[in-house]
Design a protein. Structure first.
Length: 165
């Protein structure tokens, strides 16, 4: 349970201390645990929104909320965007990216790291979108919108969860 919550600087920053039934005020609470490979794959499969982290020219991270599709067999994440968007340009400049996916509670998450490429290939657009009733019309629309897919080849998965009593 959460107790002893204090705010500083208005509503922007709130600090809460976790306290269990058998925990005195000098204990910090349970530690987060690493998610297993199976739990990580399940979390990525269960969600569709995440935060993509790319690298700016300055070396600082740039983050963007994205809709993604997860291909567990290929360990590939696909994100649809337009060719002129900042995230696509940043991936072209530096392919090292991460996708942060929130779990079912505020204490759990998964991160998929890897190298990405930007592709306007029809197969990639269809892999993101799934079956289309009129493939030719769909691809024409994607071309008009200058749609591309950021394809991340996932090389590392990690994440944690906090199991509260």
């Amino acid at each position: 349970m959460l107790t002893d919550c204090m705010s500083s600087g208005g509503a922007l920053f709130t600090t809460c201390r976790l306290m269990g039934e058998n925990m005195d005020e000098n204990q910090s609470g349970p530690a987060p645990r690493s998610l297993s490979e199976e739990e990580l794959l399940k979390l990525l499969d269960a969600q569709q929104f995440g935060v993509l982290a790319t690298v700016k020219r300055s070396g600082h991270p740039a983050m963007s909320t994205v809709l993604y599709r997860w291909d567990p067999a290929g360990r590939i994440v696909r994100i649809s965007t337009t060719a002129g968007r900042l995230k696509a340009r940043q991936v072209r400049n530096n392919p090292h990216v991460s996708l942060h996916v929130q779990g079912p509670d505020v204490w759990s998450f998964a991160v998929a790291e890897g190298e990405a490429e930007v592709s306007g290939d029809a197969d990639e657009l269809l892999a993101f979108a799934g079956d289309q009733p009129d493939t030719a019309a769909f691809l024409e629309q994607q071309a008009r919108e200058q749609r591309v897919v950021i394809k991340i080849k996932v090389s590392r998965l990690y994440g944690t969860a906090l199991d509260l009593p």
